[in-house]
Design a protein around this ligand. Sequence first.
Ligand code: SF4
Length: 361
Amino acid sequence: MRDDLAVFRDVGRVHALAEAIARLDPGRPVRLMHVCGTHENALCQFGLRDLLPAWLGLVAGPGCPVCVCPASDLDLAARLAMDPRVVLATFGDVVRVPARTSLAAVRARGADVRIVYGASDAVALARALPAREVVFFAVGFETTACTTAAALQADPPANFSVLCSHRLVPPALDALLGLPGVAPEGFLLPGHVITVTGLSAYRDLASRRPIAMAVGGFEPVDLLLALKDLVEQVADGRPRVGNDYPRAVRDGGNPAAIAAIAQVFEARDAAWRGIGTIPASGLGLRAAFAGRDAAARFGLVPDPEVPDTTPGCRCGDVLLGRLEPEACPLFGSGCTPDVPVGPCMVAFEGTCAARYRHRRL
Ligand code: SF4
């Protein structure tokens, strides 16, 4: 395995690919976007942007599921957690995200908030605590939606329910292409999401909105191969959906995961923090699983008055690739991972957090 990894981190291959990209110079600026916090971390960790030619820009889009979770959903989770019957289980990053309050703040006031690695851990918690109501606050893209679906399919105990804030990537890309000043010339697609979903939704998008797309893995060679593919597509004017992560991604994705998502969830219009509502970009529970809907079980509805952004925070612009994190006046001074002002500085996958972690000192 270590040998496999070494192939994808080989310095000679990395530099050869960077030079191959530079030779594709179209004589004008090219702007690409990735939509994946793991990609941003890999780009920062390996210093890959430093190897790219000046004419090639690669901005981060809304690729951090914790960052795009709307403040109204976080507020709903916090109110649920304050119910003495409830144990609220969710991912560690979600707990610290600031909204009107945060799950960390309500936990400090006595709420029972537990950190889990996934839905199956929350189900185990429900089995271990039969006298309590365990609510799994489900945040994430298709990669985690399939695990929430699998947990619900596996007949969890009656005291288990889900507060669902899953989001879908393809409708977000579609929406980005319609926003002024946002649309890139190509999308670097997240390899882990596409491993689950396959390529069909992206081919459908490409048929409606011709734009370069390429699936990238998470090692330096993977990323540069996908970027080279994207620049070639832009240069020859024939956009397509390239698969540059074939060791993980199959055209049809993971059929079992796709079927689980389709059986448990249906697409719904959903809010993305700092961006707004995107049609059919969220997942809600189908009628057959309505009894597992925590908001309905506890009679809670989202409060539309919850402010979506913190004053001074530019996460909305960062999530749309309109602003580099370092250009936010609060970056590194008023806002750090220890004292985050916005969600992009909290989550491991947040663009601001990645840039801060890997900043030059
Ligand atoms: S640096 Fe902090 S305040 Fe600025 S956009 Fe990022 S998270 Fe928001």
